[in-house]
Write a protein that binds this ligand. Structure first.
Ligand code: SF4
Length: 348
């Protein structure tokens, strides 16, 4: 697990064919299969970790771990019926996860509201993706990704809208269309707490099997600093949304990101994660990475200390094990994929 965390914090030298250079959330990584498991790792030209001939090296020493970049999927070469390259509609994450940002703009993207770790609109500006993916486009791409590349689950996130549902109804519509084309595909949706919690039942009725409602930190001072727009939504609203989501989707079908390295006290982070576990919510603890195009990278923020990441990850994994909550049991979503966290290696 220490190697996995070293890689997450310091990155690896490698040419990864499957890579996101910007986008929603905290990840800006190359996708590899590391010791048989999908992993999303920062690609860092100066890292002491290196991939050579399918082996992981540290300062030239073979660490005895096989590692391969995820090959470019075949569906990337196709174009939708309305002329958009599939690659701009959805991306391969890890080895078998299809991921998309249904709406690539966010009502909170202008400063001072913008989350400091997020680059959701940078990939739109660079032309790597489109602003709004239609249900028909998503259905077409998902069908091909499953058929051609063995994709086993779909993660759909969205930028937040100003509407009371915060974009959740777009996710419901997309879920319905995808499942009509690929019945049975596990789908996770990700959104802010909607103003009207009944929307969560609509998402479940549309066929989503899991949901992520991502708070990133449970510390109000950290939230105000790192997610100033989202911090105007009080933690009580997150708690109400998580509780309703657990009622609707079930225990361990609801998750949230908690980022390690935003300045929160590690003991408080772990205690908060344990409270979430008690609620049936999976705390997906992930080291913060200063992704290109973010305010954090502009301001010179650093990845957290590897020792802190290891300590927090181990303790949260132990709490998850004690509660019988495995990420894999979510069926779809980041906790089920696990590539951005060291939780799977720690037994979470
Ligand atoms: S953990 Fe989530 S963001 Fe990371 S690779 Fe998997 S699906 Fe994508």
């Amino acid at each position: 697990m220490d190697t996995r965390i070293g890689l997450a914090v310091h990155g690896v030298r490698l040419a990864a064919p499957v890579r996101r250079t910007a986008g929603a959330g905290p990840s800006d990584d190359g996708h590899v299969v590391l010791g048989g498991r999908g992993a999303a790792l920062p690609i860092v030209a100066t890292s002491r970790y290196e991939v050579n001939a399918g082996r992981l090296l540290y300062d030239g020493t073979d660490l005895g771990v096989p590692i391969e970049p995820v090959r470019r999927p075949r569906f990337y070469d196709l174009v939708t019926a309305d002329g958009v390259p599939y690659e701009q509609i959805a991306r391969l994450h890890g080895a078998d996860v299809l991921a998309t940002t249904v709406l690539q703009t966010c009502v909170r993207y202008q400063e001072p509201d913008r989350c400091r770790f997020c680059a959701i609109e940078e990939s739109l500006r660079s032309g790597a993706t489109t602003r709004l993916k239609t249900p028909a486009q998503l259905a077409e791409v998902a069908e091909a990704a499953v058929r051609l590349d063995g994709v086993r689950q779909l993660v759909m996130t969205t930028g937040s809208t100003a509407a009371p549902d915060r974009g959740a109804r777009l996710l419901a519509e997309a879920t319905r269309a995808v499942l009509a084309a690929v019945p049975g595909l596990p789908v996770q949706v990700q959104c802010e707490p909607p103003g009207d919690l009944a929307v969560l039942s609509e998402l479940r009725a549309a066929g989503a099997s899991a949901i992520g409602i991502h708070v990133e930190s449970l510390d109000d001072a950290v939230r105000a600093r790192w997610t100033p727009g989202k911090a105007t939504v009080p933690l009580a609203a997150y708690e109400a949304a998580w509780a309703e989501a657990v009622r609707v989707f079930g225990r361990n079908r609801v998750s949230t990101y908690l980022l390690i390295g935003l300045g929160e006290d590690p003991d408080e982070l772990v205690a908060g994660a344990e409270r979430l576990i008690d609620m049936g919510v999976y705390p997906f603890v992930v080291p913060f990475r200063p992704l290109g195009g973010t305010l954090a990278a502009r301001d010179g923020a650093h990845a957290p200390d590897a020792g802190v990441v290891a300590d927090v990850t181990r303790r949260v994994a132990a709490a998850l094990r004690a509660a019988g909550m495995r990420g894999a049991d979510q069926g779809a979503g980041c906790a089920a994929c696990g590539a951005c966290s060291a939780l799977p290696e720690a037994g979470g």
